[in-house]
Design a protein around this ligand. Structure first.
Ligand SMILES: *[C@@H]1O[C@H](CO)[C@@H](O)[C@H](O)[C@H]1NC(C)=O
Ligand SMILES: *[C@@H]1O[C@H](CO)[C@@H](O)[C@H](O)[C@H]1NC(C)=O
Ligand SMILES: *[C@@H]1O[C@H](CO)[C@@H](O)[C@H](O)[C@H]1NC(C)=O
Ligand SMILES: *[C@@H]1O[C@H](CO)[C@@H](O)[C@H](O)[C@H]1NC(C)=O
Ligand SMILES: *[C@@H]1O[C@H](CO)[C@@H](O)[C@H](O)[C@H]1NC(C)=O
Ligand SMILES: *[C@@H]1O[C@H](CO)[C@@H](O)[C@H](O)[C@H]1NC(C)=O
Ligand SMILES: *[C@@H]1O[C@H](CO)[C@@H](O)[C@H](O)[C@H]1NC(C)=O
Ligand SMILES: *[C@@H]1O[C@H](CO)[C@@H](O)[C@H](O)[C@H]1NC(C)=O
Ligand SMILES: *[C@@H]1O[C@H](CO)[C@@H](O)[C@H](O)[C@H]1NC(C)=O
Ligand SMILES: [Zn+2]
Length: 341
């Protein structure tokens, strides 16, 4: 999710939904396309989309007005670990400002997620096999319905995790020009972190962050972040040299195929009750009968012919030395046999 047009999107979603309620399915479909076409044609307008209403959920996104969600390089995918290929270019990242505890400015209920905006120019990421330096813009979260009903976007060998945190970073060569960035095949570097539930208290940083949720109940609500938390503190427990890499897309319309994806193997372990707060505190709109925000993730899409890469299998050196010590042992065994004989 990139834009700040969530409110417009919600207003449009409402209009569309009200109309459908009043019409038969066929009539509704006609109006649906009539309402959407002009939006798709305007330069920077988003289309109304949602996660659950059958009229705008991810089954529908593959239709043209929603962008390129039916492309062949889409996200999220199921990572099949048996098919992952080693790539020695996937070295360590260099993170700038991730240790600064005053880069998070604002936390917001966008109607689709909870998003934290970073202050301009303080955070960036490079290395890690990325083609350039990428400036960090925001992070947001995807979740299911409580810690026992998982809602990560990527899955690993079909396992879905309770939550997934996405840090969105923009290729610095475009100087923040979003229109150009989403048209470039390497415009965005997204960093995905799985969040697992623990009964332990977990990191204090998550307690601090989730304190804000009670001020974000309605879509459009936001809070200024006054606490000092760093991104590093939110990501404790993750060895950031171990990750999967593949080329994909934004996971929300218009699903532009502009993303170099990094999905880290280790998980962040967050207290179960804090995870549950997301699906029990945040509402999708500001009406009194608004549903809670639950299951905010796109379903997985085909990998097609893409290859997921990762760090090469470790230490061929130790394999060699094991083999040679076996040879040495065999040699001595034979030697002693000869002596006995
Ligand atoms: C999305 O809508 C389709 C019908 O268009 C429905 O079959 C599907 O179950 C819905 N998916 C979700 C996640 O709500
Ligand atoms: C996606 O949809 C567009 C318009 O409906 C179509 O032209 C295009 O071929 C589709 N692409 C794929 C990969 O299905
Ligand atoms: C590593 O990067 C080099 C230079 O960009 C490239 O030529 C090579 O194909 C990459 N290796 C793999 C395994 O992708
Ligand atoms: C940390 O962020 C603040 C802005 O909130 C900035 O003033 C400060 O220079 C940053 N610290 C470093 C070491 O970059
Ligand atoms: C989420 O879980 C709650 C409590 O377990 C349940 O009442 C509710 O129906 C669930 N919501 C969805 C959308 O599945
Ligand atoms: C939530 O909002 C109230 C009232 O505006 C404010 O006093 C409080 O500081 C806010 N809480 C947080 C965690 O920002
Ligand atoms: C956030 O801070 C700005 C000033 O920096 C202030 O105008 C605004 O009212 C604050 N918003 C909230 C929700 O506290
Ligand atoms: C934030 O970082 C500053 C500078 O590194 C440090 O002095 C301060 O104690 C930190 N605050 C918190 C709450 O960690
Ligand atoms: C809020 O969202 C629900 C579910 O999508 C919808 O039925 C309802 O009409 C929405 N209300 C408003 C005021 O947008
Ligand atoms: Zn995301």
């Amino acid at each position: 999710m990139l834009s700040g047009k969530d409110e417009t999107t919600d207003a449009l979603t409402r209009t569309v939904q009200l109309r459908t309620k009043m019409m038969a399915l066929l009539a509704a479909l006609t109006i649906f396309s009539a309402v959407l076409m002009p939006i798709a044609d305007s330069a920077d307008a988003d289309v109304p989309w949602c996660y659950h209403d059958p009229i705008c959920n991810d089954t529908i996104w593959i239709s043209r007005p929603y962008g390129v969600c039916n492309g062949t390089r889409q996200s999220p995918i199921n990572i099949e670990t048996a098919k992952v290929k080693g790539d020695s270019n996937l070295t360590a990242f260099s993170f700038t400002g991730f240790d600064n505890n005053s880069t998070m400015k604002k936390i917001k209920n966008t109607g689709k997620t909870v998003k934290v905006d970073f202050a301009d120019g303080l955070m960036s990421v490079s290395g890690g096999g990325l083609p350039n330096t990428f400036n960090s813009l925001q992070f947001h979260l995807h979740w299911g319905n409580g810690s026992s009903s998982p809602g990560s976007e990527h899955t690993v060998d079909d396992k879905r995790y309770p939550m997934e945190l996405h840090i969105v970073n923009l290729n610095s060569k475009f100087n923040g020009d979003i229109a150009q960035i989403v048209e470039d095949s390497e415009g965005i570097a997204a960093l995905g972190f799985f969040i697992e539930a623990t009964n332990e208290p977990g990191p204090e940083s998550w307690k601090t962050l989730t304190k804000y949720l009670s001020n974000l109940t309605h879509a459009g609500d936001y809070a200024n972040i006054t606490d000092h938390i760093s991104v590093d503190e939110l990501l404790v427990g993750v060895d950031r040299t171990r990750y999967y890499r593949y080329l994909g897309s934004l996971t929300t319309p218009k699903c532009q195929e502009a993303v170099v994806w990094t999905v880290f193997k280790d998980t962040v372990k967050v207290n179960k009750d804090l995870i549950d707060l997301f699906s029990t505190t945040i509402f999708v709109n500001s009406s009194s009968n608004s549903p809670l925000m639950t299951n905010v993730y796109r379903n997985i899409v085909p990998t097609n012919n893409r290859v997921v890469t990762s760090q090469p299998a470790p230490a061929p050196a130790s394999a060699v030395s094991k083999t040679s010590s076996t040879v040495v042992l065999l040699f001595f065994a034979m030697l002693s046999l000869l002596h006995m004989g």
